[in-house]
Design a protein around this ligand. Structure first.
Ligand SMILES: Cc1cc2nc3c(=O)[nH]c(=O)nc-3n(C[C@H](O)[C@H](O)[C@H](O)COP(=O)(O)OP(=O)(O)OC[C@H]3O[C@@H](n4cnc5c(N)ncnc54)[C@H](O)[C@@H]3O)c2cc1C
Length: 504
C-alpha cells in the first residue's frame, strides 16, 4: 500500500486535540511553517508530541503572508546560520513538497540590473552564492532576459535556475496534517499564556488546559521573545517589519514564468520590491519594508501600494495595464531594532542555558519558509542529542494531495461529476472550486471551520470577486454542517461575520 494511503488517526472534533493534562515528550509552540515542520520531523520518532497554536488554524501568522519563493541562498551572508539552513532547505524542500502533494514549481529567478552600472552588484551576488554553495547561478544578458521572461526590462541579470515557488500556507497545512497522521497532536486556539516548572518538565498553561512537556520548542514567530519571557528566559527582542503586497488579477492575462527581483539595496535590509508568480496563477508585487510598532499591524496603505507599483513598473512596464484585485501584508520577525542598534541579521536558534530542554527560534524571517525542513532537522538533532530516540516503524512520509477541479482534465471532471454531482456544483466561480472540494476541506483533521481555513485549503474566495460569489454559499454550507450563523468566523474569535438578527 502506498505510504500516503495508510490509515490515519481519527479526525479531531474542533480546535484540534483536546488538552487533557497527559504528559508529552515535546511541546511545540506555534503552528507556522517552522512549528509544523518541527512537529512533523519529530513525529518520525517514538515520542509524544503536541503542537500548541494560538490561532484557529495553522498558518495564521508570518507563514501565510509572504512571497512563497523557494530561495536558492545567494542573498544571505556567507558563514551565517541563514546561509547554511537556506541551502540545506533548498536541497530538501522540493522533494518534501512533492511527497506531501503541495503545489510548487522550480521556476528559476532573475535578479535584474536595469543599467550596466549595477553589474558589479550582480557579480557580488554570484560570488556570494558561490561561497554559500548555491548551485545553478549565472549572469545573463538582455537577450536571455527577453527569452526567459518576455516583457521584463533589464541590461543584465543573475539567473538562479534552482529558485522556485510554493504555496506557503498549503505547505504549512500539509506539514501539520502529516505530523498529525504520524501521531503528533495539534491543539488550536491554545495560546501559551504562562509557563511553570514541575518534576515532569515544563507546565504550559493555555485557556484550554495545561500541558506538561519534558522539552519545548518555542517557534512562536513574532511572539517568540514574549513566549521565552514567560519561561523567564532573556532573549533579544523581536521587531515587526511590515511587508505590503498587491495581487494582480490573473484574468487580466498577466503571465510571468519566474520571479523577477531588482538588484537588492546595499544595506541588505530586504530583497527589494519583486514581481512573483504564485502557484494560484496570480502575480504578486511587493513586499515593502516598514518598521511598525504593533506585531498585529497588518494594514495595507495607499502610499506603499503606489510605491510598489512605481518600482515594479520599472522592471515590467506591461503591468501598468493590469488591475490589482487585493492587497495584503506580512510581518517580518526581525531582531534588528529599527531605532538603531546592532544589525542582528541571522537566525537565532539555541537551547536556553537557564532552562535546559527549552529551545528558542528567533528572527526566523526570510528565507525561513525555504529553510523550514532544514530547521526542523536541526531541532530534532539538538533535542535528540542527549536522548536515545527510536525511529517509528510506521512513519508515513507522504500525504495524498486533495484533488482540485481546476487542475483536472475534462474527462476526469466528467467522470467525477457523473459519480458525485457535488463535483459539478461550482461554489467559487473565479477559482473553479466545487462543493465536493469545500466539503472535503471541512473534513480536515483539526476541525477547522473558518472561512480563511476553507480558502487556504481550496482557494475559494481568492479570485477576482474576492468572495462576493462564494461567500454566501460557504455560509450556507457551514450552516448545513451545523455551524450556527453567529459562530461563522473569518479567522477565529473576534472575526464573526454576523452580529445578530435584524428580523425575528
Ligand atoms: C513579507 C515576507 C516575505 C517573505 N518571503 C519569503 C519567501 O519568499 N521565501 C522564504 O523562504 N521565506 C519568506 N519569508 C519568511 C517566512 O515567511 C518566515 O520565515 C516563516 O513563515 C516563519 O514561520 P514561523 O513558523 O517562524 O512563524 P509564524 O508563521 O508566524 O508562526 C508562529 C505561530 O506562533 C503562534 N503563536 C504566537 N504566540 C503564541 C503563543 N503564545 N502560543 C501559541 N502559539 C503562538 C502564531 O499564531 C503563529 O501561528 C517572508 C516573510 C515575510 C514577512
Amino acid at each position: 500500500m502506498p505510504e500516503a494511503n495508510r490509515k490515519s488517526p481519527p479526525a479531531e472534533s474542533s480546535a484540534g486535540t483536546a488538552i487533557d493534562g497527559a504528559p508529552y515528550d515535546v511541546a511545540v509552540i506555534g503552528g507556522g511553517v517552522i512549528g509544523c515542520a518541527v512537529a512533523r520531523e519529530l513525529a518520525r520518532y517514538d515520542l509524544r508530541i503536541i503542537l500548541l497554536e494560538k490561532g484557529a488554524d495553522v498558518a495564521e501568522g508570518v507563514s501565510k503572508g509572504n512571497s512563497g519563493v523557494i530561495h536558492a541562498g545567494f542573498n544571505v551572508p556567507p558563514g551565517s546560520l541563514k546561509a547554511r539552513l537556506n541551502v540545506e532547505g533548498l536541497g530538501l524542500i522540493y522533494g518534501l513538497a512533492a511527497s506531501l502533494g503541495v503545489p510548487h514549481r522550480m521556476t528559476g529567478k532573475l535578479v535584474v540590473a536595469l543599467t550596466e552600472s549595477d553589474r558589479g552588484r550582480l557579480e557580488e551576488l554570484l560570488a556570494q552564492g558561490g561561497r554559500n554553495g548555491v548551485p545553478g547561478l549565472e549572469i545573463v544578458d538582455r537577450a536571455a532576459i527577453e527569452r526567459l521572461a518576455p516583457g521584463v526590462n533589464g541590461e543584465r541579470a543573475l539567473l538562479s535556475s534552482r529558485t522556485g515557488i510554493i504555496s506557503p500556507y498549503e505547505f504549512t497545512i500539509a506539514l501539520a496534517e502529516n505530523a498529525w497522521q504520524n501521531g503528533a497532536r495539534i491543539a488550536l486556539e491554545a495560546p501559551v499564556t504562562a509557563v511553570g516548572f514541575g518534576p515532569e518538565g515544563f507546565l504550559l498553561t493555555t485557556p484550554r488546559g495545561c500541558v506538561t512537556a519534558r522539552r519545548v520548542v518555542n517557534s512562536a514567530g513574532l511572539f517568540a521573545d514574549e513566549v521565552a519571557a514567560l519561561a523567564g528566559i532573556d532573549v533579544p527582542r523581536v521587531f515587526p517589519f511590515r511587508g505590503e503586497y498587491l495581487i494582480a488579477d490573473k484574468e487580466a492575462g498577466v503571465t510571468l514564468g519566474m520571479p523577477v527581483y531588482p538588484v537588492p539595496p546595499l544595506d541588505d535590509s530586504y530583497l527589494g520590491v519583486h514581481i512573483t508568480p504564485t502557484m494560484e496563477g496570480n502575480i504578486l508585487l511587493g513586499p515593502g519594508s516598514e518598521a511598525v510598532a504593533d506585531k498585529e499591524d497588518s494594514a495595507t496603505t495607499r502610499s506603499v501600494a503606489e510605491r510598489l507599483k512605481a518600482e515594479a513598473f520599472e522592471l515590467v512596464p506591461g503591468l501598468r495595464r493590469f488591475p490589482f484585485i487585493h492587497a495584503y501584508s506580512g510581518l517580518r520577525p526581525k531582531l534588528t531594532d529599527p531605532r538603531g542598534g546592532p544589525l542582528l541579521a541571522d537566525f537565532l536558534i539555541e537551547e536556553s542555558g537557564r532552562r535546559p530542554g527549552w529551545i528558542n527560534l528567533l528572527g526566523i524571517e526570510s528565507p525561513g519558509l525555504t529553510a523550514a525542513p532544514a530547521i526542523a532537522r536541526r531541532i530534532a538533532a539538538m533535542l535528540g542529542e542527549r536522548e536515545d530516540w527510536k525511529e517509528k516503524a510506521g512513519f508515513v512520509s507522504g500525504r495524498a494531495a486533495p484533488p482540485r477541479f481546476s487542475r483536472l482534465d475534462d474527462a476526469e471532471r466528467a467522470k467525477r461529476t457523473a459519480a458525485d454531482p457535488r463535483w459539478g456544483e461550482m461554489i467559487c466561480r473565479c477559482e473553479h472550486v466545487t462543493r465536493a472540494e469545500v466539503e472535503a476541506a471541512l473534513g480536515n483533521p483539526f476541525g477547522v471551520r473558518t472561512l480563511d481555513g476553507i480558502k487556504r485549503r481550496t482557494h475559494c474566495g481568492m479570485g477576482r470577486c474576492q468572495g462576493g460569489f462564494c461567500g454566501p454559499r460557504l455560509v450556507e454550507i457551514l450552516r448545513r454542517e451545523g455551524v450556527p450563523p453567529d459562530r461563522i468566523v473569518k479567522r477565529g474569535a473576534g472575526s464573526e461575520l454576523f452580529l445578530g438578527r435584524i428580523k425575528p
